[in-house]
Design a protein around this ligand. Structure first.
Ligand code: GLC
Ligand code: MG
Length: 446
């Protein structure tokens, strides 16, 4: 650990402005700061299974008291594109463009204090002028990836080192203080010295600390060169996923080999993140997706979020014919619904909850062997009485190429006198969030 460079020296960053968050008035139990491409998202897993496993774990056990932070090299444009392509959760904080843009919440409110700080000793025009002198080695990336505090190129592996050196010298002579990062054996980013994924995280931690809300644990997750900085922030746990790039592993060997808080996972991407949660004992690490029979679930897992995840997982398995075709299942689901409980379909149609569940019978296995996945995002519960919760979440369904989602509000109440007796579904109300135009609304079941 002695070799670890503490880069969290933020000098005079203005951290006075509050972190604008929709929720969490106390310290997060766990803050996960994860890269996206080839870390949270496995581009070689067309079924997105490890991502869906992570999602279920997060919503069932962490969403209510923890923080999810995505830290990506992508610009807002490409980040939003990825969110459309993959079943990704909504993070609490989004760090984009290699730590040069920080936004908060679902509405992505930008942190302007961070932007101002990055203007020091930075001039994008000078960077463009100097990089123009290397037309052989540098190929400019797409216009969307050129940001106020990030200029990005493609560079072949064998040219990377020499170009980096020459550029650093040239830019220093012009009075700039920059950071040049090589990632994925192809991408070269030029940023202000104070920017980067690590510095952005250090900035957030400092803000949390000022507010007296430092997370109890932080886990950083990455696979490539621009993630290296995340691993040099003091106090954090880190996981380099199995499929980590050479440049990150090399950085680790040279700078952090003896740090027991950093592991190289045995599993790829999001599965490696789950592995690290277990390895460092950061909290529950059994994804509901890995549970075949929920009667075996431990009581510590019982909370409204877990109930919602479990319900929709069962629904997915029912339609994929991955559970037995048994009337007993439908009967027990009905027993979990209040007899006079109402379901409001996104079309506006009202029905008894128990009638809606009876209708599942005819849908058993209708998605067997097809691409069909269900996941929930932003599951948040507020207790509204001694034995009832108002639970709000976004329910997503992917069927073939088509994705639809509904904002869902549910009222859950305790069945017995204790939480371990489980919940009764009292009311469910859905409203379209994203809907396939021209598609028969009645194909949406729950
Ligand atoms: C993402 C960005 C790209 C950047 C790379 C590495 O792919 O789109 O601009 O160079 O990450 O940080
Ligand atoms: Mg990556």
């Amino acid at each position: 650990m002695g070799e670890m460079k503490a880069i969290a020296n933020l000098g005079n960053v203005p951290v006075g402005s509050r972190i604008i968050m929709d929720r969490l008035n106390t310290s997060a139990r766990l803050m996960i700061v994860s890269d996206l491409d080839h870390t949270m998202v496995d581009h070689h897993d067309s079924e997105n299974l490890s991502l869906l496993r992570f999602n279920a774990l997060w919503e069932a056990n962490y969403r209510h008291d923890s923080l999810l932070v995505f830290s990506t090299g992508r610009s807002p444009t490409l980040y939003k594109q990825l969110r459309k392509e993959k079943p990704m959760l909504t993070p609490d904080i989004t760090i984009m463009s290699v730590g040069t843009e920080i936004t908060y919440g679902n509405s992505m409110v930008p942190d302007n204090g961070w932007v101002e700080y990055l203007n020091q000793k930075w001039d994008k025009d000078i960077v463009r002028e100097e990089t123009n002198k290397f037309p052989e080695e540098l190929t400019l990336q797409a216009e969307t990836e050129q940001r106020a505090h990030k200029v990005s190129f493609y560079v072949k592996k064998d040219k990377a080192e020499a170009v980096t050196k020459a550029l650093s010298e040239a830019l220093e002579k012009r009075g700039l203080d920059v950071k040049i990062i090589y990632s994925g054996g192809i991408d070269l980013d030029i940023l202000p010295q104070g920017a980067g994924k690590g510095q952005a995280l250090a900035y957030l931690l400092k803000k949390f600390s000022t507010e007296g809300k430092l997370p109890f644990n932080t886990l950083v997750c990455g696979d490539s060169g621009n993630d290296a900085e995340l691993f040099s922030i003091p106090e954090v746990h880190g996981v380099m996923v199995k499929n980590a790039q050479e440049e990150l592993l090399q950085w680790h060997a040279e700078n952090a080999r003896d740090n027991p808080k950093i592991i190289h996972a045995k599993e790829r991407c999001a599965a490696g993140i789950i592995e690290a949660i277990g390895h460092f004992h950061l909290g529950p690490n059994l994804s509901p997706r890995d549970v075949a029979d929920f009667s075996e679930c431990k009581l510590e897992n019982v909370n409204p979020g877990h109930e919602v995840v479990k319900f929709y997982l069962f629904y997915e398995r029912w339609r994929r014919a991955e559970v037995a075709h048994s009337e007993a299942y439908i009967a027990s689901l009905k027993a979990m619904s209040l007899p006079c409980g109402v379901f409001v379909h996104p079309s506006g149609l009202e029905q008894l909850l128990t009638d809606r569940i009876s209708a599942w019978g005819s849908h058993y296995g209708d998605k067997q062997g097809q691409q069909f996945r269900v996941w929930v995002d932003r599951v948040l519960a507020s207790q509204i009485s001694s034995d009832a919760w108002l639970v709000k979440f976004n329910k997503w369904e992917l069927s073939g190429e088509e994705r639809q989602s509904c904002v869902t509000t549910a009222i859950l109440s305790l069945k017995g006198s204790s939480i371990s007796d489980g919940f009764t579904w009292v009311h469910v109300h859905q409203t379209w969030l994203e809907r396939s135009e021209g598609k028969d609304e009645s194909a949406w079941i729950v």
